[in-house]
Design a protein. Structure first.
Length: 261
């Protein structure tokens, strides 16, 4: 397994950001989901470092080791933080892999600063409320005592803000999650970044929504694998080779003219 070479704070745009960096090769930035941090990519980081990538896993404001910042948390704010990180810490355009909330962040970065993004993989996320699975109980669950206790186990031991700050971050995140994202899919036509939209067949986003995203973007593909919203940790045996193949652009090109009658 590839060792984490850097696990420390860096000052970015006036804010402390905690990140992990490992591996050698093309720059790849993993963007985690809500309420979690770099550790959520435990099944991807070593494998992708070994697959020829310089893997960055920055933790966003109010998540895990990175302190909160005064004011609301929104997808746009987190995208701006990510843009600042890419401009300062990454040499050249990077591949972005965003999971859950991280996928919205990646999409906004590619839309607003395409020069910073080489290829992009978006995992398990809807981009407006029409894409939510009707039977999803995730939002309600995030406010249950059991979920809050679980989230605190990933927050309290690491946050520099202290455990007493958790209710503030929880309230900010719930405000964001219940009102965002609401992105008009027509605006995605401007994103020329080669993109793979990936989801589980029992995910929080409908396959129909992901199809609409792929059909709107000029250079996008869709992959649906067996699994839930936790797909990257449920099936790393499928997810990791797919990430590596797509980002290295090793998908075989078929010459269909050879099959012409």
């Amino acid at each position: 397994m590839a060792d984490i070479e850097v696990a420390s704070y860096v000052e970015v745009a006036g804010h402390r950001v905690w990140r992990q960096v490992s591996g050698e090769g093309e720059p790849l930035v993993l963007l985690h989901g809500g309420f979690v941090g770099a550790a959520s990519f435990f099944a991807q980081t070593p494998a992708l470092g070994q697959a020829g990538f310089r893997v960055h896993v920055p933790e966003r404001r109010g998540h895990a080791h990175t302190p909160d910042v005064e004011g609301p948390i929104s997808y746009q704010v987190m995208a701006e933080d990510t843009i600042a990180y890419l401009e300062q810490e990454v040499d050249g355009p990077a591949h972005l892999v965003g999971w859950s909330d991280g996928a919205v962040v990646a999409l906004l970065v590619a839309q607003q600063h395409p020069e910073l993004v080489a290829r992009m993989i978006l995992i398990g996320q809807y981009y407006n409320s029409s894409g939510k699975v009707a039977t999803s109980e995730l939002l309600a669950a995030l406010e249950s005592p059991e979920a809050i206790a679980m989230l605190r186990r990933a927050y309290d031991p690491f946050t520099p803000d202290g455990p007493d700050h958790f209710p503030v971050v929880h309230a900010k995140m719930m405000q964001m999650i219940t009102t965002e994202p609401e992105i008009d899919l027509e605006t995605l036509r401007s994103i020329s970044t080669p993109t793979l939209v990936l989801q589980g067949d029992r995910d929080e986003v409908t396959v129909e929504h992901s199809l609409a995203v792929v059909r709107t973007m000029p250079d996008a593909r869709l992959a649906v694998l067996p699994g839930s919203h936790a797909l990257p940790v449920e099936r790393p045996d499928l997810v990791n080779p797919l990430i590596s193949s797509f980002l290295h652009d090793t998908t075989p090109r078929v010459d269909w003219s050879a099959f012409a009658g």
